[in-house]
Design a protein around this ligand. Structure first.
Ligand code: GLU
Length: 268
């Protein structure tokens, strides 16, 4: 076992990505916000910030929050409808984050990025400057993709890749992806009781990729495919990445304390 988890204790610049399944009551069949989890996440992030860490949050959940707000029973199929829901839900989401962060005396800022932010050198430089300035001001940037204006051609599409892009852009030391499962398994834990959690990945081999569902699968195991894509970006840039179960309050702190939870990806 390597000592990579020791490095988490002193990591200063950390990107945390939280997914829709953690932020909503999807497991109860609806898209309403899980205020309990959101509040605990915000408290944890504010506390980590108080302890001297620089925190950047990448959050999904805009479309789900829009669905919840309108009381729809399912996700609409057309792109314009989903874009409209993202525009509705993004405000709802930020309202909740702002309220909870304010309760803990923490200032936050919203940034909505697109694929162009990474591809266009000028836009990239501008976003990097504003992010770094916010961090210097002691603010926690809260980032999502600008779904309301991002058509297919210019979409990143998933926030796993977006969070890796952000981590690379601002030279973060650690990227933590909060998911609805404990980490990467060597099989599908939903159907195979013998599937084992992999604690450490020092190299993303074809075998590791196949565990995530392979390139041909749309969703992979619990959306693991896009997480492996993010891990590749992280590894290439010397960033440690962790997948941790975000459904349990307190896991973020435990991971940063070096406890052996979730899956850690690093460059050996
Ligand atoms: N940006 C989308 C949203 O906020 C989610 C993308 C993802 O889940 O990865 O609804």
């Amino acid at each position: 076992m390597s000592d990579v988890r020791e490095r988490l204790k002193s990591a200063r610049r950390i990107v945390v990505k939280v997914g829709t399944s953690t932020l909503t009551y999807g497991e109860h069949g609806n898209s309403k916000l899980n205020l309990y989890r959101i509040e605990h996440l915000v408290r944890e992030l504010s506390d980590l910030h108080n302890a001297g860490r620089e925190i950047i949050l990448v959050t999904s959940g805009a479309i789900a929050a829009g669905i919840g707000k309108l009381g729809l029973s399912e996700k609409p199929k057309t792109i314009p409808e989903n874009q409209a829901l993202a525009a509705i839900g993004q405000g709802v989401l930020m309202h909740i984050y702002e309220k909870f962060f304010a309760e803990y005396g923490q200032t936050m800022a919203q940034l909505l990025l697109t694929k162009d932010t990474a591809a266009d050198e000028h836009a990239r430089e501008n976003s990097r400057n504003s992010l770094k300035t916010l961090l210097k001001m002691g603010v926690i940037p809260v980032i999502n993709e600008n779904d309301a204006v991002s058509t297919d051609e210019i979409r990143i599409g998933d926030n796993d890749n977006l969070s890796a892009m952000v981590a690379e852009m601002i030279n973060a030391e650690v990227l933590i992806i909060l998911s609805d499962i404990d980490g990467l398994y060597d099989g599908n834990p939903k159907v195979d009781a013998n599937a084992k959690l992999i604690h450490e990945v020092a190299e993303i081999t074809p075998e590791i990729e196949s565990m995530a569902g392979g390139a041909g699968t749309k969703l992979g195991i619990g959306g693991m495919f896009t997480k492996i894509q993010a891990a590749k970006i992280a590894a290439k840039n010397g960033i440690i990445m962790l997948i941790v179960n975000g459904q349990e309050v307190g896991n973020l702190r435990r991971a940063l304390n070096g406890e052996e939870i979730g899956t850690i990806f690093y460059n050996a």
